[in-house]
Design a protein around this ligand. Sequence first.
Ligand code: TYD
Ligand code: MG
Length: 454
Amino acid sequence: MAKKEKTAWFCSACGAQSTRWEGRCPACGEWNTMVEEKIKEKPSRASSSVRIATSRPMAVSSIEAEAEPRIHMPSEELNRVLGGGLVPGSIVLIGGEPGIGKSTLVLQNLLAIKSKTILYVSGEESATQLKLRADRIGRGSDNCFIVCETSLENIFDHIEAVQPGILVVDSIQTIATDTLESSAGSVSQVRECAAQLLKYAKDSGVPVLLIGHINKEGSLAGPKVLEHIVDAVLQFDGDNHYMYRILRPIKNRFGSTSELGIYEMGQKGLREVKNPSEMLLTAHDQELSGIAIGVTIDGARPFLIETQALVSSAAYGTPQRSVTGFDYKRMNMLLAVLEKRVGFKLGQKDVFLNIAGGLRVNDPALDLAVISAILSSNVDIAIPQSTCFAGEVGLSGEIRPISRIEQRITEAQKLGMETILIPKNNLKGVNVKNLNIRIQEVGKVEEAFRCLFG
Ligand code: TYD
Ligand code: MG
């Protein structure tokens, strides 16, 4: 009698395993995520008679940690996000939505590395497609080998033949190992393939770059398990309608996760944006109402960003609210504060708010710029272009101190701002003597209003 195939249920969101179907994953609580997959049982280790221990416990002080030189990537932004270059033997996952430019980012960097042999395994595109992309980027390379392959075992054969210095797998969801019967992209396949590649990276010292897709809920590469396996997870984000792309580390065993890399997608691949503020500020010939410049910090970098608001009398009973790039609830909160403190007639106005450049900002320090833009549009008086804002607004209308004020002020000054409005009592211990910018401290929303519009 044929042996019954063994199957198990896996949660496609968190990777949890269960023996039966459940409507709701017992581990992460997501609904409708359990999928059935075939599993092959491995011979258990305990049953094999001989066991040779290959590892040995050591005292921490006796471990020699040579600072291995990192592999310098051609793109400085990528280097910074990686924490100073690619660590040999590490495994890095680059995730993002389809079409955001993951393959472009990786290919563009690797084609420019001359000192290493590179093996680029693509399970998604044909060699011709990859060649076309390389042509578009405007680079060729003799030491970058491309192979279109989806079987993990064959990939290891190619690795044997090429002996790469860096390995790329585009994407982890397209490859599958023969030892499992489930199809490529399933939780068990992704987990197993990643684990084998991890083993290869650790044994050989070759860094591995994995490219992964984001599922429709926006979590990286489907199963969370992948995030635990790899050393670093970089997320490539951006809006399809704007050309800006942001690379941010979600996890990094070898560096900080507060870095940020900004790119611009152009005709010839990705271009690094060295000074984000310049790209985010629009130069206007004349001053317009409803625009306020905020100083925000994303990652470790401060930059200036334009907030635009449009306030008009509501045409219908219920006023309209629309926000892009900023939290909707937070804007409503700010509007309520304005109603209470400055007599802004909330119920009779349509309010539209937009953060320029298609960026999404979560920094609370942008509050002050947001309310200033709204007020400016409401009274139809422009705020001088050389004035910028940084401050969080509290429920009672107080302007609350924010983090890293010094960095923000310095950035504002660097970009030629003449005045900056900041929270009261935020400057403790900060040396502002050498700064060539007028600093105006405000304690309340009313004060900011008076200061701007008299
Ligand atoms: P791609 O790297 O294939 O995205 P992913 O691997 O994340 O799915 O590139 C995505 C888009 O970028 C594609 O729609 C075309 C565009 N693109 C450019 O605008 N300029 C370029 O030079 C290249 C190579 C791509
Ligand atoms: Mg791709």
